[in-house]
Ligand binder design. Structure first.
Ligand code: MG
Length: 284
């Protein structure tokens, strides 16, 4: 029986430091995983344009889960045969799980006018404003703005108005996910559903009967992914407590923050030495 490990990792506050966006402490582990062909699936609220740049900086070349699980991008260079239920978009096969962004922008636009002054969405923030709120550079903020599947909202009002606004959005069919600095308005997709689809795809396509999935995340928008994985790693955050999980078996809460916690947990979970895995490009 072929055993395969799949790693699903959040970025902000997990593989990237909450404040500096750096991944320094995790780099040696990434190198080790790459040498053994262990896929690292970046699983993030970010857009495809943002993740591509980060993925390249980290020397990772695997499938990507973007916009909080709204879509999976599978590089054609790695997955030579088109997976079922995917579309071809440039260099990727794309599996999407929810309606496009415009659908959600229309719903937000129709919200009662008393909410209008209490929030700003990515689509209405200028690139400069977005850079200021997120701490991203202007170039990075431009990539972040180009979303395909949902709209992040920066709330400026009080908590009770926020709850009323969220209730309106949910009644209109939206699903709300709470990220670090924004809440995301999108369809009924989450990182867990995307993890399950990709894990199943690996099982069916590569006949890997024994897959261990490891998910690493720090935020509430990682809960579904952490619950769905065989091993859940909750990365310690400098700005909030560990979100509560329903599962308690095979759950690690790290001592260190961000990328240092990421490396710490994988050292604990992964076998030593790491067995060589089969790369999809060598099979398909
Ligand atoms: Mg995070």
């Amino acid at each position: 029986m072929t055993k395969q490990i799949l790693i699903f990792s959040d970025l902000d506050g997990t593989l990237m430091d909450h404040y500096t966006y750096k991944s320094t402490e995790a780099l040696p582990v990434i190198k080790q995983l790459n040498s053994a062909n262990v896929p690292i699936v970046l699983t993030t609220s970010k857009t495809i344009d943002e993740v591509k740049a980060i993925q390249s900086d980290l020397h990772i070349n695997d499938a990507l889960i973007v916009e909080n699980g709204a879509a999976i991008f599978l590089p054609k260079a790695l997955f030579k045969t088109q997976p079922k239920d995917t579309n071809s978009e440039g260099d990727y096969w794309v599996k999407s799980f929810c309606p496009p962004r415009q659908h959600w922008l229309d719903i937000i636009k129709k919200a009662p006018t008393n909410f209008a002054s209490l929030y700003k969405g990515f689509s209405t923030l200028t690139i400069k404003e977005l850079a200021e709120i997120t701490g991203l550079t202007v170039e990075a903020a431009e990539l972040a703005k180009n979303r395909h599947f949902g709209e992040p909202i920066h709330w400026m009002g009080d908590e009770s108005s926020k709850l009323a606004f969220i209730e309106y959005l949910e009644t209109a069919g939206a699903t709300i996910l709470h990220g670090g600095r924004f809440f995301h308005v999108s369809g009924e997709s989450d990182k867990g559903r995307a993890l399950n689809w990709l894990t199943q795809y690996y099982k069916e396509t590569f006949q890997f009967n024994n897959i261990s999935s490891i998910a690493l995340g720090d935020g509430k928008n990682d809960i579904a992914m952490l619950e769905a994985a065989d091993y859940a790693v909750q990365i310690r955050s400098p700005v909030h407590d560990f979100p509560e999980l329903k599962k308690h078996i095979n759950v690690i809460q790290t001592e260190s923050y961000g990328p240092a916690g990421w490396a710490e947990a994988l050292h604990q979970i992964l076998p030593e030495p790491l067995p060589m895995q089969v790369c999809p490009a060598n099979i398909l």
